[in-house]
Design a protein around this ligand. Structure first.
Ligand SMILES: [Zn+2]
Length: 400
């Protein structure tokens, strides 16, 4: 172990004996009392020295025996310590790829803020390289989203779509103007490759298809964003594949729900819940789906980009082993106010996904029409988190 005080947290002394790690309240921590010698010793915890050398340095600085080990333990217990050599064999392999790690260094630092254990951040970054994600939909949202995931170190990001690139598909970070007229799928995959810090690992020519850790549905058509088709998600539900919805409909951006099949509300639950609250819902959806769309649909470029980015953030949180707040909820943002709010997607008893079995003990309110409060959202997420605490993203891999 080469202990390192997490460099992502900016250090500042509140007074002579109290040090604050971090500026922003979300991850800041105060440590004290810290005497002067210990304070100057902290600067040696930069990942370049192992424990034996640190103990020598401590003795040289007049720190009592056992003080260094005690300090390291205290920092580790507070989640302030990283290990420059930790994270396991995959992390070691990644460390050897210096140019790749240099590209991902800010992401690694960000991961260290949410990985309490020393070496955890590099371990998670290494895990990302082994994951397979599929993005369905290569429009303004889908391609940017796929490129973000590849750029953040997800090893394999597959994009699926049909047709040719239209001029209005072009977006910064997504499909470039020189791809107009090319096959959407090919152009999208090229954009993903360009965003990745390294070439994707070769997939085995033979053997079993390992499936996807996550499938993201980012349809180009507004109706498919507003009213996702439960039928097209049936294979994902049946195979137990986690999937996330994201897109833009008219002037509204949508991220969620993240569906953990059988555990959180799915597209079918959403559809049934809406039909319960509005008898006209099925009639409207049928019209929206059948009507021919002759015009280019509205899709604000900034809105599309922010949806892609937030969806990528939720996807990465899930892939890193956490349960983001889009599990069982839709985050929505509308022009021109652009304030995000979430609406719950309750598991519906009539939906064949069976999430309601899981949800019975969790949900006491069926009032899905009102906007979810932040407190309610946190409650639901924390319950969900308890249910998934022991499950790493790898356990969700499934066939599709
Ligand atoms: Zn369902």
């Amino acid at each position: 172990m080469h202990p390192m005080v997490k460099p992502a947290l900016r250090r500042g002394w509140r007074d002579l004996n109290t040090v604050q790690f971090g500026m922003a309240p979300a991850h800041a921590m105060v440590l004290g009392p810290v005497d002067l010698a210990t304070g100057s010793f902290l600067s040696l915890l930069d990942g370049t020295r192992g424990l034996p050398l640190l103990r020598d340095e401590g003795r040289r600085m007049g720190l009592p025996d056992g003080h260094v080990d005690g300090l390291v333990e205290r920092l580790a217990a507070s989640g302030l310590l990283d290990d420059a050599t930790g994270g396991g064999p995959d992390a070691d392999a990644l460390r050897k790829k210096v140019t790749v790690v240099d590209r991902l260094r800010p992401d690694l630092a960000a991961l260290s803020l949410v990985s309490p254990e020393p070496g955890g951040a590099m371990g998670r970054l290494a895990t990302r390289r082994s994951l397979r994600v599929q993005v369905r939909g290569a429009g303004r949202v889908g391609v940017v989203l796929a490129a973000l995931l590849a750029g953040a170190g997800v090893g394999s990001v597959d994009v699926r779509d049909v047709g040719l690139v239209e001029p209005w598909d072009v977006a910064p970070g997504g499909l470039p103007a020189d791809a107009i007229g090319e096959r959407r799928e090919e152009a999208a995959r090229r954009a993903v490759r360009r965003a990745a810090p390294e070439r994707p690992p070769r997939t085995a020519a033979s053997g079993e298809d390992p499936g996807f850790s996550l499938v993201i549905l980012a349809p180009r058509k507004g109706v498919d964003v507003h009213a996702p088709d439960p039928v097209s998600a049936e294979p994902l539900i049946a195979s137990g594949t986690p999937h996330l919805y994201a897109g833009v409909v008219e002037g509204t951006g949508v991220v969620g729900p993240l569906v953990l099949p059988g555990e959180t509300g799915c597209a079918g639950c959403l559809d049934q819940g809406r039909a319960d609250r509005d008898a006209c819902w099925p009639r409207l959806v049928a019209q929206w789906r059948s009507g021919r769309q002759h015009q280019v649909e509205s899709c604000d470029l900034a809105l599309a980009s922010v949806v892609a980015a937030l969806a990528a953030g939720h996807a990465l949180a899930f892939l890193d082993g956490r349960v983001p707040s889009s599990a069982g909820a839709r985050w929505e943002v509308s022009s021109p106010g652009l304030d995000w709010h979430s609406r719950p997607v309750w598991a519906h008893p009539a939906c064949p996904c069976a999430a309601t079995e899981k949800g019975k003990e969790e949900h006491t309110s069926e009032d899905g029409e009102s906007h979810e409060t932040m407190a309610g959202q946190q409650r639901s997420t924390s319950l969900s988190l308890t249910a998934h605490a022991a499950r790493r993203s790898g356990t969700w891999r499934a066939h599709v």
